[in-house]
Design a protein. Structure first.
Ligand code: GCO
Length: 475
């Protein structure tokens, strides 16, 4: 079948997040975020690694942008650290912090690279966590809108693509159910309450963006793991559909329609963990309709039915050894099983390029909205040779098969605005330190090398350079 060409203005991009790259954690008036504090708790991150220095992008952004320019990158997605703008979450603007992003955006634009800005990539001001428990209080809504408004005013006309919340489903579930992200709580009721408040904050910021008549587009980035049934046993098929409702539609329906899905909501009510919905909430969710849906795609998940006394929450693989994750499941709903048709990474993430096509198609048939792929990539151990080369053919295979799947989805009729690989440079993996690398650009990190922070181009850097130059014709 003849594949459609990528659109001429397709955003060939790459991404990062403030805490994972910037470093300079307490410079120029920055306040502490929940992550600055969380990493200090023993045992929470791989060997206690943190983002205090990260890859020092705060001081090396010009060097990083020069590499982007040389590669031909069309778009760079990064996040703004709330605590650089408002060290305590609100109050006086910290001009030095804002200036960093003004310089960053100007440098990108001067180099012909479209800035895609994420407003929130998990680094909540610690002050707001202390004052009113962060996402668990409705006070966070006004503070988030206030912070976003400053950025909208500052970057009006310069930044055309905005991402409201990054992976709300992840920071909420890992923060309030699995206790592996701050605030390290295990409480489904509190999780769904915080999640509802995050939905209201998300909708409020989008509404504000539209009220301000901002040129450009805004949408959330959802970490979408499409769910499959293990086989054609109707029990398993239903298990997969229920999982899709509870784990995906529960966020995507709210973003796109301002509605919670019926089956998932019933399930939460049965469990006694459904969020409290106040008068006016649902109307607000409908008013904050995004212009596009952002999707972070890494993997799919395959399920069988799980009896009521079946497995519960397992453990995720943070060891970097294949096969070391524990079984996970929702008793009475589903249990995740290995998909015999696909291989996994060393961190047990299933490698499934067709799953990306399926994700894009499902989202399109359900919501009919343009999609921006805000993340996709492979975390691996990379080796640098004595002559400073990094032969990451496994990453090239991963990325090229996924780009091909996007082209197939476009041919099927999906509207895709752009594609951001995760990540541009190597960076801090929240729970896995610096050994799990995602970048096109290798960074010499203490944990694995000498700590000089020198940048080296991987083979995948040159591969993507050619993809961009041929607008996706050569993969
Ligand atoms: C990791 C993760 C992250 C995420 C990203 C989500 O290894 O820590 O893969 O890097 O992909 O931050 O938006």
């Amino acid at each position: 079948k003849q594949l459609k060409a990528f659109p001429k203005d397709f955003l060939w991009g790459s991404a990062s997040a403030a805490y994972q790259v910037e470093g300079a954690w307490n410079e120029d008036g920055k306040g502490p975020s929940v992550w600055d504090e969380f990493v200090k708790i023993p045992g929470k991150t791989f060997k206690g690694t943190n983002g205090e220095l990260a890859v020092d992008h705060y001081h090396r952004y010009k060097e990083d942008i020069a590499l982007m320019k040389e590669q031909g990158l069309k778009a760079y997605r990064f996040s703004i650290a709330w605590t650089r703008i408002f060290p305590n979450g609100r109050g006086e603007i910290n001009q030095a912090g804002l200036d960093f992003y003004i310089n960053l955006v100007d440098e990108l634009i001067a180099n012909g690279i479209e800035p895609l800005v994420t407003l929130y990539h998990w680094d909540l001001p610690q002050a707001l966590q202390d004052e009113y428990m962060g996402w668990e209080s409705r006070q966070v809504i006004d503070d988030f809108v206030n912070y976003a408004t400053v950025l909208f005013e500052t970057f009006r006309g310069k930044v055309k693509y905005w991402i409201s919340l990054n992976e709300q489903n992840i920071f909420i579930q890992l923060g309030y159910l699995m206790a592996v992200h701050p605030p390290a709580v295990v409480d489904p009721k509190r999780m769904y309450e915080a999640n509802h408040i995050a939905n209201l904050a998300n909708a409020s910021v989008i509404k504000k963006f539209h009220e301000m008549d901002m040129p450009g587009q805004i949408g959330p980035s959802f970490a979408y793991t499409p769910n499959y049934s293990f086989d054609s046993n109707p029990l398993n098929v239903l298990a997969a559909e229920d999982t899709e409702d509870i784990m995906a539609n529960f966020w995507l329906d709210v973003y796109a329609w301002g509605e919670y899905p019926i089956f998932a909501m019933n399930y939460l009510k049965e469990q006694g963990v459904a969020p409290t919905i106040e008068p006016g909430d649902m109307a607000l969710l409908k008013e904050g309709k995004p212009d596009f849906l952002g999707v972070n795609y890494y993997q799919t998940a395959t399920h069988v039915f799980n009896p009521l006394n079946g497995v519960g929450m397992g453990k995720m693989n943070t060891s970097g050894k294949k096969g070391s994750s524990e079984e996970t499941g929702m008793p009475g709903v589903s249990k995740k099983v290995a998909n015999p048709f696909i291989d996994r990474t060393n961190w047990d993430w299933e490698i499934d390029p067709q799953g990306l096509r399926i994700a894009l198609r499902r989202m399109t048939s359900r919501y009919r909205m343009p999609i921006l792929i805000t993340e996709n990539g492979l975390g691996e151990y990379d080796k640098i040779t004595e002559t400073n080369e990094i032969h990451d053919d496994y990453r090239i295979n991963y990325l090229s098969s996924h780009v091909k799947a996007i082209q197939e989805a476009i041919t099927d009729g999906v509207t895709v605005l752009g594609y951001c690989t995760w990540s541009y440079t190597d960076l801090l993996s929240w729970l896995n330190g610096y050994q799990k690398r995602y970048g096109f650009v290798y960074v010499d990190q203490d944990e694995t090398q000498n700590g000089s922070l020198t940048r080296y181009k991987k083979d995948s850097y040159y591969w993507y350079q050619n993809v961009i130059a041929t607008n996706g014709e050569e993969l």
